[in-house]
Design a binder for this molecule. Structure first.
Ligand code: ZN
Length: 288
């Protein structure tokens, strides 16, 4: 499981509200810094991100209707993008990702993150190319990030709630809107989070809070980072689900954590996604 504990960061930019969690729970510098970033526009935050993480050589690409990039990427940026397309499928990427950003931040533990903009309802994938040299970690990070895109897409929310009106929400109101009854995250919550007498906010960003929650319930999670919030638990569990095809991933997991990994078996589209991702991973391993 260790390989699922790599540096991951996700930022959700939604109407000026930001959710950021760093997986290094003991050094929450990112989370603390980004807590200050509320009420900023996307562009301001991107600028700030580049500064804060020491990104140099930043390149920005627009995603075209067929998943290709404009301008065309080269070198490592192109290789990572091709891997992302292979893992997620070019049509689905083109339908959800509008921008791809890369930079070099050798001092940052962040490998990649996705974020949403409330206005456009689509995602940007940002990658720190300096952190992409470990193939397994890159793979698991991209799988993790794509699961955020899948679970936080427009189709996962009650349509009427997407402009911020969550009055009468019968599930959970996230910053994006009210989760639909059939959404992945709501089903995941009902099955695994609802029973806790007390749990962190489902959008918790505090590494300190996450660490305490994990300490009390370590057997319930596939990784410490998963205890951060509902979305990270979902993403880490999905990443374990993709890797579990080899048959040994569930070893050592507690019953609840193992049930989180097999949760995804009930969704044929996610099983198909897992098979697609696994084939890509195996092909990549074959050429090493
Ligand atoms: Zn994440």
């Amino acid at each position: 499981m260790r390989r699922f504990l790599g540096p991951l960061i996700v930022i959700a930019i939604l109407g000026g509200i930001f959710a950021l969690v760093a997986n290094d729970l003991l050094s929450g510098g990112f989370a603390e810094e980004f807590d200050e970033l509320t009420d900023r526009t996307t562009d301001e935050v991107l600028t700030r991100l580049d500064e804060d993480e020491g990104f140099t050589d930043v390149q920005v690409f627009d995603v075209q209707a067929d998943g290709s990039l404009d301008p065309a990427a080269t070198g490592r940026a192109a290789e990572v993008w091709e891997l992302w397309l292979d893992l997620a499928g070019a049509p689905d990427v083109a339908a959800t990702i509008t921008q791809y950003r890369v930079g070099e931040a050798p001092a940052s533990s962040a490998l990649a993150y996705v974020y949403q903009d409330r206005g456009i309802r689509q995602f940007t994938l940002a990658v720190n190319l300096a952190a992409t040299d470990e193939d397994d970690l890159l793979l698991s990070t991209l799988v993790h990030e794509w699961s955020h895109v899948v679970s936080l897409g427009v189709d996962q929310f009650e349509p009427g709630s997407l402009e911020g009106d969550v009055a009468g929400c019968a599930t959970i109101a996230l910053v994006q809107g009210c989760l639909a009854e059939q959404s992945y995250l709501w089903q995941f919550y009902a099955e695994f989070w609802a029973a806790y007498r007390k749990h962190p906010d489902v959008e918790n960003r505090s590494p300190v809070t996450a660490e305490a929650f994990y300490a009390e319930n370590a057997d319930d999670f596939v990784s410490a980072y998963a205890a951060t919030n509902l979305s990270e638990d979902f993403a880490e569990s999905f990443t374990a689900f993709v890797a579990s095809a080899e048959g040994d991933t569930l070893d050592g997991l507690g019953d609840v954590a193992a049930a989180k990994v097999t949760f995804f078996d009930r969704f044929p589209e996610l099983v198909a996604l897992r098979d697609q991702m696994r084939a890509v991973a195996q092909a990549q391993a074959g050429v090493r």
